[in-house]
Design a protein around this ligand. Structure first.
Ligand code: PMT
Length: 405
């Protein structure tokens, strides 16, 4: 699949620069043509000669040095590339790319690229967790860059946590998936819910929660890419509907309940990533409630528990819930998996940095009814969605699901 493909690998100045050699070697062995751009910092860690020996091509580092037959090195590299990678990507290159700077050959070439660009960050854990770095990563994801999350573990500096360059095998797998996405969810029909429901108080006010919809939309997008027919029942969000996904927009928990129940008989898998309001105002005022000198008391009544009802009516479907907790994550999540008759539950402690509401990343534990708990590292919501669909596929393979039920 990679044979004949043209890769541009940007190597920036971090201790993981030497591991880019293995990546170049893996791509060359797979038959790809690899051209390396090294920043000045990268050359402090690894000699260009090492990359030249493995790639078989001269390393590029100078915006103004023009190889024979080329007019503009940055444009030539950008035009030829089927894919570009930044391995390792330092905090500095993330900031430059997020701002659209073009002050060296690598940044200038990336700005001119129309091919996919895969960024593999690697840096000290505290630098990685720094708000500025995370904001830059969020922006890069939003504007179309793909990110391979760093691995968690002991770092060269002695600190522990996320920040190590992802394994080369993981990066190669990600590259393959981008060229040839799996279609392993064909011909499943899946239902995903997303966003936070809104429960009206009056025509201008409502009760809601902090859900942005990113987790549910990522699940819908990845399922559609993998060949599933996808129904996305969405509470209000600011997100674009992923290509090829059927969208059903709802506002309240009761509207979500009706939409989900209507679709339920014809779907194979349900994933309930939405944050559904447990309570709604007993009465939604018809006119805007006027302020006066007294306190205002709102009476709340219970909303239907959609997931619980799905669990009761479950026949052939595979049912996956989410649990958003702020304490005793596993204990509370375990109670939900049994009570709601789920096949799998994705539990997030929404107080953890990088987890839960609004962020582009999440940190979850996956729970099964037999009591197994599988902790997963911090990863972006798209990558996590791929993992969740992999687990769903494993469950389907291990469990006989008879569509005629
Ligand atoms: O949208 P993001 O900003 O990306 O944030 C992602 C997320 C934090 C919303 C997501 O990861 C998540 O945890 N979703 C579930 C939130 C939630 O409502 O959790 P819960 O523990 O209150 O509910 C448990 C499960 O029951 C959920 O699958 C929920 O959809 C479902 N439920 C809850 C109440 C209700 N009345 N009906 C339901 O179906």
């Amino acid at each position: 699949m990679l044979a004949g493909k043209y890769f541009v690998i940007g190597v920036t100045g971090g201790i993981a620069a030497y591991r880019a050699l293995d990546l170049v070697s893996g791509l060359v062995k797979a038959g790809a043509e690899v051209h390396v751009i090294m920043t000045a910092g990268a050359q402090q860690f690894v000699k260009p000669l090492a990359f030249e020996a493995i790639s078989g091509h001269r390393v590029h580092f100078d915006t103004f040095e023009t190889p024979p037959g080329w007019r503009y090195p940055h444009l030539e590299l950008a035009r030829r590339a089927d894919m570009a990678l930044i391995v390792p990507a330092t905090a500095n290159i993330l900031a430059k790319l997020a701002c659209g700077l073009a002050d060296d050959l690598l940044t200038t070439a990336v700005l001119a690229m129309v091919c996919p660009v895969l960024i593999c960050p690697a840096m000290n854990v505290y630098m990685y967790r720094n708000r500025a770095v995370q904001d830059n990563l969020s922006r890069l994801r939003r504007i179309g860059f793909k990110v391979v999350e760093p691995a968690v573990g002991r770092q060269a500096c002695g600190d522990e946590g996320p920040g190590r360059l992802a394994d080369v095998a993981v990066i190669l797998e990600q590259i393959r998936m981008m060229f040839e996405p799996k279609k392993d969810l064909l011909p499943s029909t899946v239902l995903v819910t997303a966003g936070g429901t809104r429960e009206p108080i009056d025509p201008v006010r409502y009760i809601s929660n902090r859900s942005s919809g990113k987790m549910g939309y990522a699940l819908a997008e990845t399922a559609a890419n993998r060949g599933a027919e996808v129904y996305l029942v969405s509470a209000p969000t600011r997100l674009a509907v992923p290509a090829g996904v059927h969208i059903i927009n709802v506002e309240t928990a009761r509207q979500m309940y009706r939409a989900v129940m209507e679709l339920y008989p014809r779907v194979d898998v349900v994933i309930k990533a939405a944050a559904v309001a447990d309570y709604r105002p007993r009465v939604a005022a018809e006119q805007k409630i006027k302020k006066n000198d007294d306190d205002l008391v709102l009476e709340l009544e219970k909303n239907p528990d959609i997931l619980m009802e799905l669990g009761k009516q479950k026949k052939h479907q595979l049912l996956v819930g989410f649990a958003a907790e702020t304490e005793d994550l596993i204990k509370h999540a375990q109670a939900k998996i049994n009570k709601k008759n789920l096949d799998m539950l994705v539990a997030n402690d929404v107080t953890r940095p990088g987890a839960g509401f609004g962020s582009d990343t999440n940190v979850v534990n996956i729970l099964y009814p037999d009591g197994t708990v599988e902790p997963l590292p911090l990863m972006d919501k798209l990558t996590l969605s791929e993992v969740i669909w992999d687990k769903v596929q494993q469950l389907k393979a291990g469990k006989k699901i008879d569509a005629a039920d």
